[in-house]
Design a protein around this ligand. Sequence first.
Ligand SMILES: [Zn+2]
Length: 577
Amino acid sequence: MAERLSQGFLDRIIAATDTVSVIGRYTALKRRGNRFVGLCPFHKEKTPSFTVDPDRGLYYCFGCHAGGSIFNFLMEKEGLTFYQAVENLARAAGIEVPRLEGGGDRTDGLYEAAEFSAKFFRKALKADMGRSAREYILRRGISYETADKYELGWGPADRNHILKSIDKAGLGAEPFIEIDVVGESSGRRYCKINEALVFPISTSSGKIVAFAYRKIENDPNYTGPKYINSSDNKIYHKSSILYGLPQARSSIRSSGKSVLVEGYFDVIALAEKGITNAVACCGTALTSEQANLLARFGPKTVMLYDGDSAGLRATLRSIEILLSSGLDVYVVRLPEDEDPDSYVMAHGGEALGEIIDNAPEWFDWLYKHVRAKSDGSGIAVATEIVDEMAVPLASISDEMKRNLYIRELSKRLGTAEESLRDHLRKAYRKQRRHSDYEDKKPQVEDLSDEGKIELSLLALIVALKKPVELEENPLKLYPGLWNMANDGASPSEMLSEITDERARGYLSEALMNASESDENGIGVLLFKLLQKEADRINDLLSKLEGLGNDDEEGTRLLRERSEVMRKIQDIRKIYIR
Ligand SMILES: [Zn+2]
């Protein structure tokens, strides 16, 4: 972070914040010693490897190595900037945040650019140039009122138009480039969204962060995708956003139920016909982050995907993701050639509403689905059913619910519960052998040994609150953190300085593992670090020898090596007794 809040300020917020209840909104946490553990909200897992240290306001996942301070947590989960996360928690704790120079926020301009662009596109839709788009909207059965509610817009044909407006407003183009509205090629800037209907995409609290757009002119030369999505940026993370959530959230809250569709137009068409609790996972297959987000607003969700085979595959894939978020999942399958938009336009909101209300539970739906598509009989069908049900059943974290389903399945199949459990376990292992590891990002593995040693050393200095006095800064990879650690920075202050995810995850782990009884640790780590340095020099020396003699370089290296050896001796004297 370029901007610095005063020393101790972050600690005041952490001291006043109930870390467990903040993180507990995203995953259930159980006490274990003076830590809390739960299922990781950053990757899919069955056994908890996510750990929270409430005293220091830290989290770390032993599975995917996500880690950081409570501020980092909110940045990741809510798409906030560091400053916003600080502000957020400070406000909740009733602490006043000092205003930083320049807003103290490197992404300030991005939200403004997104808001500005959305307004520009809306104005264009209502102007003369937006006539064909307005006609298109009406043709698809959408009223202006609904179009307004979803803030639809129009990207005009003139690719310079928005640039002129940006200029006139005295804004810079850079944030617009960052959010993918303005493109740049060979020094020329242009609007990327042109002759297209624009769908602003917002966070759950309604802040516009990105755009999707759809070409509507019948350009015979256009062969690209129907919908185009902004790429991820500092304020927009596709995988954690549901389209239409700000408009649907109160309806989901009051009915306790959401409707999950695939497309932007599905959400809007359903809203037009009075079904106001629909959201879509756009531009991405459903992620567990989206499912967790959905679960925060209502306990039930009805999947209403397209009737085609792609929609079926997506339905089958999404069930387990929704179940592992603790949602009660219901499934509606539309006729083969229908999507929610076409269906509601043809049959009306009441007819579709009734189907949604009477949707079967995932369990009944999947059971019947496997039966119907199977061409085997008897035992063969039963085996297929067990195979298909194993993963979704295992995804249910509520033990009682899971047991009830398994009992029901054993009744339907006419098998003993114990042998069914046995088969489910086998089927689960078979299907999960690969995919269980797919979600896990091998992040920490990418850090070098030196990097890990340096971060462990920093963690220990911070945890022990024991400054190390050396003539020279021994860190090569994180030299900037050395003085901070020795000046008594807190864990969250250290973490807020690291932008690299892997390094932050590793530092969190090291901070959690740093034990106050580990007095010799600092010496051992310094020793290891210097040893690495000596190894490097020895390596160079032997390469040099292999190349024949180079007196000057050789002498320099030998001098360097004896310098390192001297430092090692010093460390031995001070730390290792
Ligand atoms: Zn994880």
